[in-house]
Design a protein around this ligand. Structure first.
Ligand code: ADE
Length: 231
């Protein structure tokens, strides 16, 4: 089975490339796609660049050109839920776009006609992640992830996203990947490790913890592959 693993930034996929060691690379539409084999799985790995548009392009390319049958996203996020601390893992049960706004026409935030506010993650991949967390004795928080083309470093914006979407964490790609995967009928899984709390200090914390948190997320993804390889 072909599995896509994507991140948004180089730091989010480097731990994976380092782990697999031996891979081929191919450039498509301005991004590099790395292919390798792990156990009986064929993998395609790439970072998209930051934001919803680039993430959508990468997800669609992994599915349409590389024929990925499942997509796993690994990366970092800002915490909204105060229970989430730097380094903690959070997996999206569903995702929304916090910056999608046609409320002027009476629609809810995050909604456009023929779409939905939330896109739900694949239940089987969620179950695998729970099993992995249990096996490794690692806390894994499930929650709602809100996505937008905005690095949030502001208590007021964070509060608004929290109140409007009941979101637990926020980032800049997950929901767009979810929309692409749902449209193309590919099961997806969005994992994030917390790098900051989307507050005044978010910029500093992000720079300090991006690498270590991205590694936490990538390590967990590798354990998920071990289970997927057995299926
Ligand atoms: N990814 C990690 N931290 C973030 C933040 N504060 N805002 C948006 N995306 C993020």
């Amino acid at each position: 089975m072909k599995i896509a693993i994507m991140g948004a930034m180089p730091e989010e996929i480097e731990p994976l490339l380092e782990y697999f060691g031996d891979y081929k690379s191919e450039k498509v539409a301005g991004n590099t796609y790395y292919t390798t084999k792990y156990k009986d799985l064929d993998l395609v790995i790439a970072y998209s660049k930051i934001g919803k548009v680039f993430a959508s392009l990468t997800a669609a390319t992994m599915i349409e050109k590389f024929k990925a049958k499942k997509l796993l996203f690994s990366g970092v996020a800002g915490a909204i839920n105060p229970k989430l601390n730097i380094g903690d893992l959070v997996v999206a049960t569903k995702l929304c776009q916090h910056d999608l706004d046609i409320s002027a026409f009476g629609h809810p935030f995050g909604y456009v006609p023929e779409g939905s506010v939330f896109v739900e993650s694949d239940k089987e991949l969620l179950k695998i992640s729970k099993d992995v967390a249990k096996d490794l004795n690692i806390p894994l928080q499930e929650g709602i992830i809100a996505t937008g083309d905005q690095f949030v470093a502001d208590e007021k914006r964070k509060e608004w996203i929290s109140k409007t979407f009941k979101a637990d964490a926020l980032e800049m790609e997950g929901a767009s990947v979810a929309v692409v995967c749902e449209a193309l009928d590919v099961p997806f899984f969005i994992l994030r490790a917390i790098s900051d709390s989307a507050d005044m200090d978010a910029g500093f914390n992000f720079e300090e913890f991006l690498e270590s948190s991205a590694k936490n997320s990538a390590k967990f993804i590798i354990h998920m592959l071990d289970i997927l390889a057995k299926k």
